[in-house]
Design a protein around this ligand. Structure first.
Ligand SMILES: NC(=O)c1ccc[n+]([C@@H]2O[C@H](COP(=O)([O-])OP(=O)(O)OC[C@H]3O[C@@H](n4cnc5c(N)ncnc54)[C@H](OP(=O)(O)O)[C@@H]3O)[C@@H](O)[C@H]2O)c1
Length: 286
Protein backbone atom coordinates (compact mmCIF):
# COMPACT_ATOMS: atom_id res chain seq x y z
CA UNK A 1 0.00 0.00 0.00
CA UNK A 2 1.51 3.28 -1.19
CA UNK A 3 -0.52 5.69 0.98
CA UNK A 4 -0.11 3.91 4.39
CA UNK A 5 -3.52 4.94 5.86
CA UNK A 6 -4.94 8.10 4.29
CA UNK A 7 -5.88 7.60 0.65
CA UNK A 8 -3.79 9.53 -1.84
CA UNK A 9 -4.91 11.00 -5.17
CA UNK A 10 -4.24 9.13 -8.40
CA UNK A 11 -4.58 10.05 -12.05
CA UNK A 12 -5.90 7.01 -13.89
CA UNK A 13 -5.02 6.92 -17.59
CA UNK A 14 -6.87 4.32 -19.66
CA UNK A 15 -4.89 3.38 -22.76
CA UNK A 16 -1.56 4.59 -21.37
CA UNK A 17 0.71 2.10 -23.13
CA UNK A 18 1.30 4.27 -26.20
CA UNK A 19 -0.01 7.19 -28.28
CA UNK A 20 -2.00 10.04 -26.73
CA UNK A 21 -2.51 8.18 -23.43
CA UNK A 22 1.23 7.75 -22.91
CA UNK A 23 1.75 11.47 -23.57
CA UNK A 24 -1.00 12.47 -21.13
CA UNK A 25 0.50 10.15 -18.50
CA UNK A 26 3.88 11.88 -18.85
CA UNK A 27 2.26 15.28 -18.25
CA UNK A 28 0.13 14.08 -15.33
CA UNK A 29 3.24 12.65 -13.66
CA UNK A 30 4.67 16.18 -13.36
CA UNK A 31 1.99 16.92 -10.75
CA UNK A 32 1.89 15.64 -7.17
CA UNK A 33 -0.06 12.48 -7.97
CA UNK A 34 0.44 8.79 -8.64
CA UNK A 35 -0.29 7.92 -12.25
CA UNK A 36 -2.05 4.60 -12.75
CA UNK A 37 -1.19 3.28 -16.20
CA UNK A 38 -3.89 1.04 -17.68
CA UNK A 39 -3.90 -0.95 -20.94
CA UNK A 40 -3.51 -4.58 -22.08
CA UNK A 41 0.17 -4.67 -22.95
CA UNK A 42 2.08 -5.13 -19.69
CA UNK A 43 5.54 -4.72 -21.19
CA UNK A 44 4.60 -1.41 -22.84
CA UNK A 45 3.04 -0.18 -19.60
CA UNK A 46 6.20 -1.07 -17.70
CA UNK A 47 8.28 0.87 -20.23
CA UNK A 48 6.05 3.93 -19.70
CA UNK A 49 6.25 3.44 -15.92
CA UNK A 50 10.06 3.41 -16.10
CA UNK A 51 9.99 6.56 -18.25
CA UNK A 52 7.76 8.38 -15.74
CA UNK A 53 9.83 7.28 -12.75
CA UNK A 54 13.08 8.30 -14.47
CA UNK A 55 11.58 11.79 -14.82
CA UNK A 56 10.82 11.88 -11.07
CA UNK A 57 7.14 10.91 -11.24
CA UNK A 58 5.18 8.23 -9.37
CA UNK A 59 3.50 5.52 -11.42
CA UNK A 60 2.01 2.04 -11.10
CA UNK A 61 0.78 -0.28 -13.85
CA UNK A 62 -2.51 -2.10 -14.05
CA UNK A 63 -2.66 -4.38 -17.11
CA UNK A 64 -6.22 -5.32 -18.07
CA UNK A 65 -8.50 -5.70 -21.07
CA UNK A 66 -10.84 -2.75 -20.57
CA UNK A 67 -13.52 -4.50 -22.63
CA UNK A 68 -14.06 -6.95 -19.79
CA UNK A 69 -17.31 -6.16 -17.99
CA UNK A 70 -15.79 -5.88 -14.49
CA UNK A 71 -12.75 -3.77 -15.47
CA UNK A 72 -13.83 -0.66 -13.54
CA UNK A 73 -14.57 -2.72 -10.40
CA UNK A 74 -11.16 -4.39 -10.69
CA UNK A 75 -9.49 -1.00 -10.96
CA UNK A 76 -11.41 0.26 -7.94
CA UNK A 77 -10.09 -2.67 -5.87
CA UNK A 78 -6.56 -2.11 -7.22
CA UNK A 79 -6.68 1.55 -6.15
CA UNK A 80 -7.94 0.64 -2.66
CA UNK A 81 -5.17 -1.97 -2.27
CA UNK A 82 -2.61 0.71 -3.17
CA UNK A 83 -4.08 3.35 -0.85
CA UNK A 84 -5.22 5.50 -3.77
CA UNK A 85 -8.43 7.16 -4.95
CA UNK A 86 -9.28 8.20 -8.49
CA UNK A 87 -8.84 11.96 -8.52
CA UNK A 88 -8.48 12.39 -12.28
CA UNK A 89 -9.76 9.90 -14.84
CA UNK A 90 -8.52 9.97 -18.42
CA UNK A 91 -10.82 7.93 -20.66
CA UNK A 92 -8.46 7.62 -23.60
CA UNK A 93 -8.53 3.93 -24.62
CA UNK A 94 -10.36 3.53 -27.89
CA UNK A 95 -10.19 2.14 -31.38
CA UNK A 96 -11.86 2.45 -34.75
CA UNK A 97 -12.20 0.58 -38.02
CA UNK A 98 -12.42 1.87 -41.56
CA UNK A 99 -14.71 -0.08 -43.87
CA UNK A 100 -18.35 -0.62 -44.77
CA UNK A 101 -20.57 -1.39 -41.79
CA UNK A 102 -22.20 -4.16 -43.84
CA UNK A 103 -18.85 -5.89 -44.40
CA UNK A 104 -16.77 -5.39 -41.27
CA UNK A 105 -17.12 -8.21 -38.70
CA UNK A 106 -20.00 -7.54 -36.31
CA UNK A 107 -17.93 -8.51 -33.26
CA UNK A 108 -15.20 -6.02 -34.16
CA UNK A 109 -17.73 -3.22 -34.61
CA UNK A 110 -19.50 -4.05 -31.36
CA UNK A 111 -16.05 -4.05 -29.75
CA UNK A 112 -15.81 -0.35 -30.64
CA UNK A 113 -19.16 0.30 -28.96
CA UNK A 114 -17.98 -1.67 -25.97
CA UNK A 115 -14.65 0.10 -25.47
CA UNK A 116 -15.38 3.62 -26.76
CA UNK A 117 -18.86 3.88 -25.19
CA UNK A 118 -19.63 1.26 -22.54
CA UNK A 119 -16.21 1.24 -20.87
CA UNK A 120 -15.96 5.04 -20.92
CA UNK A 121 -19.43 5.37 -19.39
CA UNK A 122 -18.74 2.64 -16.85
CA UNK A 123 -15.50 4.21 -15.58
CA UNK A 124 -17.06 7.67 -15.54
CA UNK A 125 -20.13 6.53 -13.61
CA UNK A 126 -18.03 4.51 -11.16
CA UNK A 127 -15.53 7.24 -10.28
CA UNK A 128 -17.40 10.55 -10.74
CA UNK A 129 -19.62 10.18 -7.61
CA UNK A 130 -16.48 10.02 -5.40
CA UNK A 131 -15.04 13.08 -7.15
CA UNK A 132 -18.29 14.98 -6.54
CA UNK A 133 -18.33 13.97 -2.84
CA UNK A 134 -14.72 15.10 -2.42
CA UNK A 135 -15.48 18.26 -4.47
CA UNK A 136 -12.27 17.84 -6.47
CA UNK A 137 -10.84 16.15 -9.52
CA UNK A 138 -12.23 15.58 -12.96
CA UNK A 139 -12.40 13.63 -16.16
CA UNK A 140 -10.78 13.94 -19.58
CA UNK A 141 -12.64 12.07 -22.31
CA UNK A 142 -11.00 11.50 -25.68
CA UNK A 143 -13.54 12.38 -28.33
CA UNK A 144 -12.60 13.37 -31.86
CA UNK A 145 -13.46 15.73 -34.69
CA UNK A 146 -15.49 12.68 -35.73
CA UNK A 147 -17.95 13.53 -32.95
CA UNK A 148 -19.23 16.48 -34.99
CA UNK A 149 -20.37 14.57 -38.08
CA UNK A 150 -21.47 11.19 -39.40
CA UNK A 151 -18.65 9.14 -40.91
CA UNK A 152 -19.61 6.82 -43.75
CA UNK A 153 -17.04 4.00 -44.02
CA UNK A 154 -16.20 4.47 -40.31
CA UNK A 155 -19.81 4.62 -39.16
CA UNK A 156 -19.55 2.99 -35.73
CA UNK A 157 -16.39 4.86 -34.76
CA UNK A 158 -17.82 8.30 -35.60
CA UNK A 159 -21.07 7.46 -33.80
CA UNK A 160 -19.13 6.29 -30.74
CA UNK A 161 -17.32 9.63 -30.56
CA UNK A 162 -20.64 11.52 -30.80
CA UNK A 163 -21.66 9.65 -27.66
CA UNK A 164 -18.42 10.67 -25.94
CA UNK A 165 -18.95 14.37 -26.71
CA UNK A 166 -22.65 14.42 -25.82
CA UNK A 167 -22.13 12.49 -22.58
CA UNK A 168 -19.14 14.63 -21.53
CA UNK A 169 -20.95 17.90 -22.28
CA UNK A 170 -24.04 16.93 -20.27
CA UNK A 171 -21.96 15.68 -17.34
CA UNK A 172 -19.85 18.84 -17.28
CA UNK A 173 -23.07 20.83 -16.77
CA UNK A 174 -24.37 18.50 -14.05
CA UNK A 175 -21.10 18.82 -12.14
CA UNK A 176 -20.75 22.60 -12.52
CA UNK A 177 -20.02 24.21 -9.17
CA UNK A 178 -19.01 20.95 -7.49
CA UNK A 179 -15.30 21.47 -8.10
CA UNK A 180 -15.26 18.57 -10.58
CA UNK A 181 -14.68 19.32 -14.26
CA UNK A 182 -15.24 17.23 -17.39
CA UNK A 183 -13.29 17.96 -20.55
CA UNK A 184 -13.91 16.42 -23.94
CA UNK A 185 -10.90 16.54 -26.29
CA UNK A 186 -11.67 16.51 -30.02
CA UNK A 187 -8.52 16.14 -32.13
CA UNK A 188 -8.27 15.59 -35.86
CA UNK A 189 -5.67 13.06 -37.08
CA UNK A 190 -2.85 12.40 -34.61
CA UNK A 191 0.36 10.56 -35.56
CA UNK A 192 -0.15 7.36 -33.54
CA UNK A 193 -0.63 3.64 -34.22
CA UNK A 194 -4.37 4.33 -34.43
CA UNK A 195 -4.13 5.52 -38.04
CA UNK A 196 -2.66 2.16 -39.15
CA UNK A 197 -4.59 -0.13 -36.84
CA UNK A 198 -7.95 1.42 -37.78
CA UNK A 199 -7.12 1.56 -41.49
CA UNK A 200 -7.99 5.28 -41.41
CA UNK A 201 -4.46 6.21 -42.49
CA UNK A 202 -5.13 4.65 -45.94
CA UNK A 203 -8.05 6.99 -46.65
CA UNK A 204 -7.55 10.25 -48.55
CA UNK A 205 -9.07 12.29 -45.72
CA UNK A 206 -6.38 11.22 -43.28
CA UNK A 207 -3.61 11.39 -45.90
CA UNK A 208 -4.27 15.04 -46.77
CA UNK A 209 -4.91 16.38 -43.30
CA UNK A 210 -1.91 17.43 -41.21
CA UNK A 211 -1.20 15.11 -38.30
CA UNK A 212 -0.64 16.48 -34.83
CA UNK A 213 1.84 14.87 -32.46
CA UNK A 214 0.50 12.94 -29.48
CA UNK A 215 2.57 15.19 -27.17
CA UNK A 216 0.94 18.35 -28.56
CA UNK A 217 -2.57 16.93 -28.21
CA UNK A 218 -1.80 15.81 -24.66
CA UNK A 219 -0.45 19.25 -23.68
CA UNK A 220 -3.55 20.95 -25.09
CA UNK A 221 -5.83 18.42 -23.39
CA UNK A 222 -4.18 18.82 -19.98
CA UNK A 223 -4.03 22.61 -20.15
CA UNK A 224 -7.70 22.77 -21.17
CA UNK A 225 -8.65 20.36 -18.42
CA UNK A 226 -6.77 22.33 -15.77
CA UNK A 227 -8.51 25.52 -16.97
CA UNK A 228 -11.88 23.82 -16.58
CA UNK A 229 -12.71 23.83 -20.29
CA UNK A 230 -15.62 21.71 -21.46
CA UNK A 231 -14.24 21.18 -24.95
CA UNK A 232 -10.67 21.24 -26.27
CA UNK A 233 -10.04 21.19 -30.02
CA UNK A 234 -6.28 20.89 -30.55
CA UNK A 235 -4.83 22.53 -33.69
CA UNK A 236 -6.16 24.84 -36.39
CA UNK A 237 -7.14 22.18 -38.93
CA UNK A 238 -9.45 20.44 -36.46
CA UNK A 239 -11.14 23.76 -35.69
CA UNK A 240 -11.61 24.46 -39.41
CA UNK A 241 -12.98 20.95 -40.03
CA UNK A 242 -15.47 21.31 -37.20
CA UNK A 243 -16.56 24.74 -38.45
CA UNK A 244 -17.17 23.28 -41.93
CA UNK A 245 -19.00 20.26 -40.51
CA UNK A 246 -21.22 22.51 -38.43
CA UNK A 247 -22.12 24.87 -41.28
CA UNK A 248 -22.54 22.52 -44.26
CA UNK A 249 -25.85 20.71 -44.69
CA UNK A 250 -25.58 16.96 -44.08
CA UNK A 251 -26.74 16.22 -47.63
CA UNK A 252 -23.62 17.98 -48.97
CA UNK A 253 -21.21 16.81 -46.29
CA UNK A 254 -22.01 13.08 -46.31
CA UNK A 255 -20.98 12.25 -49.90
CA UNK A 256 -17.79 14.29 -49.53
CA UNK A 257 -16.77 12.52 -46.32
CA UNK A 258 -17.67 9.17 -47.88
CA UNK A 259 -15.50 9.83 -50.93
CA UNK A 260 -12.59 10.90 -48.75
CA UNK A 261 -12.85 7.86 -46.49
CA UNK A 262 -13.16 5.10 -49.08
CA UNK A 263 -10.82 3.83 -51.76
CA UNK A 264 -11.70 2.60 -55.22
CA UNK A 265 -10.10 -0.70 -54.32
CA UNK A 266 -12.34 -1.16 -51.24
CA UNK A 267 -15.00 -3.88 -51.60
CA UNK A 268 -18.49 -2.56 -52.42
CA UNK A 269 -20.80 -2.51 -49.38
CA UNK A 270 -23.38 -4.58 -51.33
CA UNK A 271 -21.31 -7.70 -50.75
CA UNK A 272 -20.92 -8.58 -54.46
CA UNK A 273 -17.20 -9.08 -53.94
CA UNK A 274 -16.47 -6.43 -56.58
CA UNK A 275 -14.34 -3.44 -55.76
CA UNK A 276 -16.08 -0.17 -55.18
CA UNK A 277 -14.85 1.15 -58.54
CA UNK A 278 -16.17 -1.81 -60.57
CA UNK A 279 -19.43 -2.69 -58.86
CA UNK A 280 -22.62 -1.60 -60.60
CA UNK A 281 -23.78 0.04 -57.36
CA UNK A 282 -21.06 2.66 -57.66
CA UNK A 283 -22.67 4.20 -60.74
CA UNK A 284 -25.73 4.90 -58.60
CA UNK A 285 -23.74 6.77 -55.96
CA UNK A 286 -22.50 10.37 -56.23
N1 LIG B 1 -4.88 9.01 -33.50
C1 LIG B 1 -5.87 9.76 -33.98
O1 LIG B 1 -5.84 10.20 -35.15
C2 LIG B 1 -7.03 10.14 -33.09
C3 LIG B 1 -7.83 11.21 -33.46
C4 LIG B 1 -8.91 11.56 -32.67
C5 LIG B 1 -9.18 10.85 -31.52
N2 LIG B 1 -8.39 9.80 -31.17
C6 LIG B 1 -8.75 9.06 -29.95
O2 LIG B 1 -7.69 9.16 -29.02
C7 LIG B 1 -7.67 8.00 -28.18
C8 LIG B 1 -6.25 7.43 -28.16
O3 LIG B 1 -5.90 7.11 -29.47
P1 LIG B 1 -4.40 6.91 -29.96
O4 LIG B 1 -4.31 7.56 -31.26
O5 LIG B 1 -3.44 7.24 -28.91
O6 LIG B 1 -4.46 5.32 -30.23
P2 LIG B 1 -3.38 4.16 -30.02
O7 LIG B 1 -2.01 4.67 -30.23
O8 LIG B 1 -3.89 3.03 -30.83
O9 LIG B 1 -3.53 3.82 -28.45
C9 LIG B 1 -4.70 3.23 -27.95
C10 LIG B 1 -4.49 2.91 -26.50
O10 LIG B 1 -5.66 2.23 -26.02
C11 LIG B 1 -5.29 0.98 -25.43
N3 LIG B 1 -6.34 -0.01 -25.64
C12 LIG B 1 -6.95 -0.32 -26.81
N4 LIG B 1 -7.85 -1.31 -26.60
C13 LIG B 1 -7.79 -1.62 -25.27
C14 LIG B 1 -8.46 -2.56 -24.45
N5 LIG B 1 -9.39 -3.39 -24.94
N6 LIG B 1 -8.14 -2.62 -23.13
C15 LIG B 1 -7.20 -1.80 -22.62
N7 LIG B 1 -6.55 -0.86 -23.35
C16 LIG B 1 -6.83 -0.78 -24.66
C17 LIG B 1 -4.00 0.60 -26.15
O11 LIG B 1 -3.19 -0.24 -25.36
P3 LIG B 1 -3.06 -1.84 -25.53
O12 LIG B 1 -3.10 -2.16 -26.98
O13 LIG B 1 -1.75 -2.14 -24.87
O14 LIG B 1 -4.20 -2.41 -24.77
C18 LIG B 1 -3.33 1.97 -26.26
O15 LIG B 1 -2.69 2.29 -25.05
C19 LIG B 1 -8.72 7.04 -28.75
O16 LIG B 1 -9.89 7.15 -27.99
C20 LIG B 1 -8.94 7.56 -30.17
O17 LIG B 1 -10.23 7.26 -30.64
C21 LIG B 1 -7.32 9.42 -31.91
Amino acid sequence: MIGGGELLPATVVLGASRGIGRSIAKIAAREDTTVVLVARSESNLEAVEAELRAAGGRAVVFPIDLSSSDASKQLESFLARHGLFCDVLVNNAGYGLRGAATLLPIADQLGIVDLNIRTLADFTLRFSPGMARRRRGGIINLGSVASFLAGPNMAVYYASKSFVRSFSTALSQELRGTGVTVTCVAPGPVATDFLDSSGAGRATLFKVLPKLSADYVAEQAWRGFRSGRRLVIPGISAKVLIAIATVLPTSLLLPVVYRLQRRKSDPCPCGSGETFAKCKCSSMRN
